[in-house]
Design a protein around this ligand. Structure first.
Ligand code: SER
Length: 617
């Protein structure tokens, strides 16, 4: 059954069960500044889950275009995509657990009404309760599931599995299809578990359905563990989630919402995987033509990770561009830019075939032309080609130097990689990638040791440049002060202007910078931040300061903490045009004194606050 048929069948099934079909909302949220993209079907429906009356009634359903930027790094495996369609149905205070569970089971297993899955391959999970928050174990759902299985001739009991780790030891007993898990696994809110949810957020216990692809599909890292459905073992795939949305968190306790709601979501592409018996999401029908354009199944299999990145990122970019976003350096535009640049890189440098881009775009669009009329191939191709022009220029300079070096010596050494890095900002990964294609390996340890030496030399340079009587240690602290200002601005440039400083601490060994941001940084973001700081260092920018009356200083664009108390006269430090901040210093006189900046660690220190530790080499 094709993906387009499954979408249609689901919506018709819901119509039969008295649901009104609503169109997918834009992938760009409207009136919701808290997220960049819509990542689930319920997101545009939050007011109705809180009790507002929906104009279409209490039962609605749709297929929602969704995008999860947090999954960008996951792309390359067999089941994750950044863009996906989420089939959904909702009850706003109408039916609850019984009707929801029975209906979804029917949709999954019925040949006439649904997608005809073998019920023996289905495993379901339910919430084991939370003593801390006084939320009961969901025995009601267990009984409903038992009856569903019974109606299909399967007698099943329940298996207690509390957490994933515990599950790996307990495993599943033969014949059991229903599993209890704790709130790490069987509670759904937009912000995680009952513990991590902020006050005012809604959530509830959920019941997930998993499909068993069979023992033989277990990932080898899981061979030594006992199988159970809610793992990443490769054997099981989550195909639907019914959230019983009846709670709102208020001051660290849970209150009942006005209505008992159902929020069901199931990934369309994942349902297509199981209906088409494919363990690889990129092998479902919707990508078939695009794989042909890439060169066929053998090319796909021989360049698996790159091809998956291309297919995923291109499809996501098509939908993001169609919602009016353009590539840029902030917010949504930046996410789009990252997707585009990764896919351009893999098309140009892994498949050596950037020219197939227009065909590839059109082949993907053709799968959606009857469902999403807004996809304008010509415009999308133009925007991607413009981005490619900019990006390829940057990468081509470095590549051409790489080729020169290679042609002279037929090899690229760690020393060459080091030179490419320090003079062109050419990322080591790319050098490595290009080298692998030429069938040699660069000694990473040697590269790192050159970087270390470089660090010592630049330290000496710093020492020589400071004739002000500062001790060696003090000099380093001063360098880290200036690097902190560059980092602060670079974070804003790469992650968006909403990033604000939440703390800073400097020792002679490192800088530590805390800032507001709500998720882990990706490797690419970290690299982009480092590159930006290093570019500013390399540009030898003069560092200046002026002292101004506080009122005057506040009128400038200088960054400062709005809540802090400042003296009547403040010092404003600027690094060329790039950075401008209230600060009492001291700073270096020129950024060239700093060496090479490197992020050593990036972590969360509390909700919405990240910490970077950085060093100067
Ligand atoms: N909101 C739930 C999810 O995203 C169910 O739709 O999984």
């Amino acid at each position: 059954m094709k993906t387009n048929e499954i979408r249609k069948k689901f919506l018709n099934f819901q119509i039969k069960n008295k649901h009104k079909t609503i169109p997918s909302s834009s992938i760009v949220p409207i009136n919701d500044p808290t997220t960049l993209f819509v990542g689930s079907g319920m997101q545009p429906l939050i007011p109705y889950l809180f009790g507002k009356e929906h104009p279409c009634g209490k039962r609605i359903s749709n297929s929602q275009k969704s995008f999860r930027s947090g999954d960008i790094e996951e792309i390359g495996d067999n089941r994750h995509t950044t863009f996906f369609e989420m089939l959904g149905n909702w009850s706003f205070g109408d039916y609850f657990k019984k009707e929801q569970i029975q209906n979804f089971f029917t949709f999954l297993t019925s040949k006439e009404e649904g997608i005809n899955l073998d019920p023996k391959r289905l495993y379901v999970t339910v919430f084991s309760g939370s003593e801390k928050y006084n939320i009961p174990k969901d025995s009601e759902s267990v009984d409903i599931w038992k009856n569903c299985f019974l109606s299909a001739g399967i007698i099943t009991d329940v298996q207690e599995i509390i957490s994933e780790e515990n599950g790996d030891k307990v495993g599943m007993e033969d014949g059991k299809h229903i599993f209890f898990y704790n709130s790490e696994k069987n509670w759904w809110s937009r912000c995680g578990t009952p513990e991590t949810m902020p006050s005012g957020e809604l959530g509830g216990p959920d019941s997930e359905v998993f499909y068993d692809f069979g023992k033989e599909n277990t990932d080898k890292n899981y061979y030594h563990l006992k199988p159970h459905p809610n793992t990443e073992s490769g054997r099981f795939l989550e195909i639907g989630n019914s959230v019983f949305m009846e709670y709102v968190k208020e001051n660290n306790s849970f209150k009942k919402l006005k209505n008992k709601n159902v929020d069901f979501g199931g990934g369309l592409e994942r349902l297509a995987m199981v209906a088409q018996n494919k363990t690889d999401i990129f092998l479902i029908d919707i990508f078939e033509n695009a794989i042909e354009v890439l060169g066929g199944i053998n090319i796909y299999k021989n360049n698996l990770k790159s091809c998956r990145i291309i297919l995923d990122h291109l499809r996501a970019s098509i939908f993001i561009i169609s919602s009016g976003v353009l590539p840029s350096n902030t917010d949504k535009g930046y996410i789009l830019r990252r997707l585009l640049r990764r896919l351009i890189y893999h098309l140009q440098y892994t498949l050596n075939n950037f020219s197939i881009l227009p065909k590839l775009v059109l082949s993907l669009i053709s799968e959606y032309k009857n469902t999403y009329k807004e996809l304008d191939g010509k415009n999308i191709i133009k925007i991607i080609e413009e981005e490619a022009k900019k990006f390829l220029e940057v990468i081509e300079k470095g590549t051409s130097k790489f080729e020169d070096m290679y042609n002279k010596k037929r090899v690229i050494t760690a020393k060459d990689a080091f030179e490419l890095f320090t003079t062109f900002g050419f990322p080591f990964d790319v050098t490595q990638d290009l080298s692998e294609k030429k069938k040699f390996k660069i000694d990473k340890n040697e590269f790192l040791s050159l970087m270390k030496k470089h660090k010592e030399i630049s330290k000496k340079g710093i020492t020589a440049k400071f004739k002000s009587g500062l001790s060696g240690d003090e000099r380093e602290v001063v360098c880290y002060h200036t690097a902190t200002h560059l980092l602060h601005q670079a974070l804003k440039d790469v992650l968006g202007n909403n990033v604000t400083q939440k703390g800073s601490n400097i020792t002679k060994e490192r800088l530590r910078f805390d800032f507001s941001f709500d998720r882990k940084l990706t490797n690419e973001e970290k690299m982009e931040i480092e590159d930006l700081v290093n570019k500013k260092i390399k540009n030898s920018i003069k560092v200046d300061f002026v002292s101004l009356p506080l009122d005057e200083a506040k009128k400038t664009k200088a960054l400062h903490n709005f809540d802090d108390k400042y003296p009547d006269i403040v010092t404003v430090y600027s690094i060329g045009d790039y950075s401008c901040e209230f600060c009492s210093g001291p700073h270096v006189k020129n950024t060239s004194e700093l060496g090479v900046f490197k992020i050593k660690k990036e972590e969360s220190i509390s909700a919405g606050i990240r910490r970077i530790k950085g060093i100067l080499l």
